[in-house]
Design a protein around this ligand. Structure first.
Ligand SMILES: Cc1cc2nc3c(=O)[nH]c(=O)nc-3n(C[C@H](O)[C@H](O)[C@H](O)COP(=O)(O)OP(=O)(O)OC[C@H]3O[C@@H](n4cnc5c(N)ncnc54)[C@H](O)[C@@H]3O)c2cc1C
Length: 291
């Protein structure tokens, strides 16, 4: 562990990633670190790069499938106060990259600040949501991001919304880490905003298998078509492999039941891709990040 000597933050070796992801699957990380502040974050990125150690950042783990043999590198978590803090100034919110998006959306809705209620029911940290441009039919996080601070191997970047390269479930964040963001919301009636938050949340739990282990939608919707409908029409709704199965409520969710392994989920991913490709000639692109 000598390359991490005197590091300003928590260090864990052989950390269980299954405990930190919504899939609850996969092997350990060789190292897991929680930097105390932005300097410590920049420091660990620099040290890892100098040592040739692979790095990844893990948010709420809601969009990641970790392979069964784990990750042979350092996983960075922004779970110290410095990165989880949020503050409100008028209609602007400043949030650390590790702040809990759902808690923030709920708080802002109660305060009569509108914008984030559109993302009700999306489990995420603010940084993970920005990296993925999380969203759905009611809107996406790009709609409310004003600025972000990114820390990466080449230093610190302060970017305005138009420089982040937001696209459908994507951004140009790349290998940089969202350390913090400023969100621009709108003053609105608190009762109306909170009711909208609740109704979007209810709709989501009604239409998606929300309480089972998953990483949400596995594939991006190709060219405006529903990936779930294509998988369903290809005859795979409810298909099983080992402990994993394709949800019969929403076929773009592959769920991990008792005894499931990451290999089981990956097997069903391949099957869904092959079935949709041979039935419709469409190549499904992964939305989840496989580590
Ligand atoms: C039940 C369920 C429902 C879901 N519904 C939706 C939905 O409606 N819409 C939607 O868009 N998504 C949905 N998702 C997927 C997930 O919630 C989003 O992709 C979310 O943005 C993931 O955020 P996270 O913090 O968990 O990121 P993680 O899953 O931890 O990481 C995702 C990616 O972002 C990177 N990352 C994480 N933190 C940072 C950071 N600070 N800086 C830079 N990169 C970072 C990771 O390295 C990884 O590549 C759902 C997931 C579940 C489990």
């Amino acid at each position: 562990m000598n390359w991490l000597n005197d590091f300003k933050g928590r260090v864990e070796t052989g950390a269980r990633l299954a405990d930190r992801t919504h899939y609850c699957l996969g092997g350990p990380a060789r190292w897991m670190v929680s930097p105390k502040d932005a300097d410590a974050l920049a420091d660990v990125i620099r040290r890892a790069s100098a040592q040739g150690v692979a790095t990844k950042v893990l948010g709420a783990g809601a969009n990641v499938l970790v392979r069964d043999d784990g990750f042979d590198g350092v996983v960075i978590r922004l779970d110290e106060d410095y990165f989880t803090a949020t503050s409100v100034d008028g209609d602007r919110v400043r949030a650390g990259g590790g702040a809990d998006l759902m808690a923030l959306a709920h708080t802002c809705s109660k305060l009569g600040l509108s914008g984030l209620e559109r993302l009700a029911g999306i489990p995420a940290t603010v940084g993970g949501a920005i990296r993925m441009n999380a969203g759905g039919k009611h809107g996406e996080i790009a709609d409310v991001v004003e600025r972000v601070t990114l820390i990466g191997p080449d230093g610190v970047d302060e970017l305005a919304n138009s420089e982040i390269g937001f696209g459908y479930r994507s951004s140009d964040v790349g290998d940089r880490i969202v350390a913090s963001a400023t969100l621009q919301l709108e003053h609105a009636d608190a009762d109306v905003t909170l009711e909208r938050y609740r109704s979007i949340f209810r709709e989501k739990t009604r239409t998606q298998p929300f309480t089972f282990s998953s990483a949400g939608c596995v594939f991006k919707n190709p060219g405006g078509q529903s990936a779930g409908a294509l998988i369903d029409q290809a005859g795979l709704k409810g298909a099983r492999h080992g402990g994993a199965y394709i949800s019969d409520r929403h076929a773009n969710f592959i769920l991990a039941g008792p005894g499931a392994t990451s290999a089981d989920v990956l097997h069903l991913i391949d099957r869904a891709r092959e079935a949709v490709s041979s039935a419709f000639g469409i190549d499904l692109e992964l939305e989840i990040d496989v580590w």
